[in-house]
Design a protein around this ligand. Structure first.
Ligand SMILES: [Zn+2]
Length: 96
């Protein structure tokens, strides 16, 4: 039997997983999506500063859930045998 709090937790996890599947990149928190640090000149005008080291001037970052998913997929593919279906299919065609 699910309590209300565990049902809410499951809904939150499911919605976050859907968000990571649909939109894997989020806005960089350090530069707020600009890609550069913004600085003000003496007159008060905003100028572009140093490039953001966290996102490397893209302004986007890979979400934590997507990063975990990619790591799990990489571990799974490294631990399973490779499929040679494409090479076998070319040899198994009867009309060639
Ligand atoms: Zn950034």
């Amino acid at each position: 039997m699910l309590t209300a709090s565990s049902a809410l937790l499951l809904i939150a996890l499911g919605s976050y997983a859907a968000l990571c599947a649909i939109q894997p990149f989020g806005t960089c928190h350090k530069c707020r999506g600009v890609g550069y640090r913004l600085r003000r000149t003496r007159t008060g005008a905003v100028k572009r500063g140093k490039p953001c080291r966290r996102c490397r001037t893209h302004g986007k970052r890979l979400r934590l859930g997507r990063r975990l998913h990619n790591h799990a997929r990489r571990v799974h593919s490294a631990g399973t045998r490779t499929h040679t279906r494409s090479t076998n299919r070319k040899e198994a065609l009867p009309w060639q």
